[in-house]
Design a protein around this ligand. Structure first.
Ligand code: SF4
Length: 433
């Protein structure tokens, strides 16, 4: 009998009763490594949620409701249940909670909504970190007794096209640490965090599957899948395969396997439930995931990709920005000016009226002949920086440039950060190194 079990179920609707039933049944059949008791933390994917421009990027509240009901049914001596998250793009997590409908869960079930940037945090030392020797996480996450990951099944060009349980860990850390080595080392960084937040149970929302564009703005299809297991590596191996991806080519899954966090082969995994991997593969086999080298994106820009090629850094983030425009404002692509964009260090001679340099490595390209050079610095530049600089320099408005989101990102977010700073000043976060 295998130690690693992954259950795949047909779940056609966001029906909390059905979801609760499936999770409860599964828990009775699987061997959890610890009891569901004490302080429970649920970590969803709320990188962004918005009713107009980010409709498919996040774990739906009905799935979280199913998890909460299961905890109440199957757990014992529950002290508290917290949903802990840090959203992306410099938008407040509170707004993501609101847009994703999580506030009604707080009202209905009394669960806590913990937005990392404004809550108590603690620094935790890592024994095996390759990139981080310590990380700062929400205190609720560090102090939990039982951790449940609730990823959204979707593609992500920054992570070899696959976003699942392991990728969720980037949302366990805050902005500065999140962007540190967010380059070719992204995969190692993600698995470093696993030392602090290795989930005891994973429930993936694959009822709608988002694919083919930017991780936040891409569209989706009905896939009708709920995947459940107790090991993040086995879980991601099976989910990636369902999407016709080779998990051994996905660097963060490979990194987790190499560090001994899960099975080394499919032979060690038992796939159960009422759907097979092949059933799902049939639905996903003709889908285009938009994961290709950035210089192959078709638009008016002539894109030259230099060295290094950072899937999790400049190349990936610029490709993600291009996809964002294509996903929600495809007509803007026609308005792109003719220019040459360099991503990574380019040694060949570059001649154009306008040259755009994306990231610190591109700034080091020396053989450039242009009337106008526009620089977007950073290693890598953040999504927010690229969105802003492309707007200021070329009047190209990404779909996320909306008054409410601009206020949220540039007005509210700094205020929340100040609140977080004050909270942690007052409570003096413990250093666990
Ligand atoms: S500047 Fe960009 S290309 Fe260079 S190492 Fe950083 S992320 Fe990679």
């Amino acid at each position: 009998m295998s130690n690693y079990k992954v259950f795949i179920y047909a779940c056609p609707d966001y029906d909390p009763d059905l979801i609760t039933g499936l999770i409860s049944e599964t828990i009775a059949m699987m061997q959890l490594t610890k009891p569901i008791q004490g302080n429970i933390v649920i970590k969803p994917n709320l990188v962004m949620a918005h009713p107009k421009v980010a409709t498919e990027s996040y774990t739906r509240c009905e799935v979280i409701e199913g998890i909460i009901r299961t905890i109440r049914k199957k757990g014992s001596d529950i002290n508290r249940i917290d949903i802990v998250e840090k959203s992306g793009l410099g938008i407040t997590t509170a707004t993501a909670f609101r847009h994703a409908g999580y506030r009604k869960l707080r009202k209905k079930y009394g669960v806590g909504l913990v937005a990392m940037e404004e809550s108590r945090q603690v620094r935790v030392g890592l024994d095996n970190g390759k990139i981080h020797k310590s990380i700062r996480v929400a205190q609720a996450l560090a102090d939990r007794d039982f951790l449940i990951f609730a990823p959204k099944l979707k593609t992500n060009v920054l992570a070899n096209a696959y976003s699942g349980a392991l990728k969720l860990n980037i949302g366990s850390i805050d902005s500065k640490e999140r962007m540190y080595h967010h380059n070719m080392d992204l995969n190692k960084k993600m698995i470093d965090v696993l030392e602090v937040s290795n989930p005891d149970l994973i429930v993936t929302d694959g009822i709608r599957f988002a694919f083919g564009g930017n991780q936040m703005t891409q569209h989706g299809i009905d896939l009708g899948v709920l995947a459940i297991s107790a090991n993040a590596v086995a879980h991601d191996m099976v989910c990636a395969k369902m999407l016709n991806l080779d998990p051994f080519q996905i660097e963060h899954i490979k990194e987790a396997i190499d560090r001994g966090y899960g099975p080394k082969s499919f032979g060690e995994i038992e796939v159960l439930g009422d759907l097979s991997i092949e059933d799902v593969q049939k639905k996903t086999k003709h889908l285009d995931y938009g994961f290709y080298p950035v210089d192959q994106f078709k638009c008016n820009f002539k894109i030259i990709s230099g060295t290094p090629y950072c899937t999790g850094g400049c190349q990936g983030i610029f490709l993600d920005w291009l996809h964002m425009v294509k996903d929600r404002k495809p007509k803007t692509l026609e308005r792109f000016p003719k220019l040459t964009a360099l991503v990574g260090k380019v040694t060949e001679k570059v001649e154009d009226k306008t040259v755009l340099l994306i990231g610190d490595c591109a700034q080091a390209s020396s053989n450039i002949h242009a009337k106008r050079i526009v620089r977007i610095k950073g290693c890598p530049p953040t999504h927010k920086r690229i969105v802003w600089d492309m707007m200021i320099n070329f009047l190209l408005l990404a779909p996320l440039v909306r008054p409410s989101l601009v206020w949220d990102g540039f007005g509210l977010y700094p205020l929340k950060k100040i609140k977080g700073w004050l909270v942690n000043l007052k409570f003096r976060p413990r250093q666990r190194i």
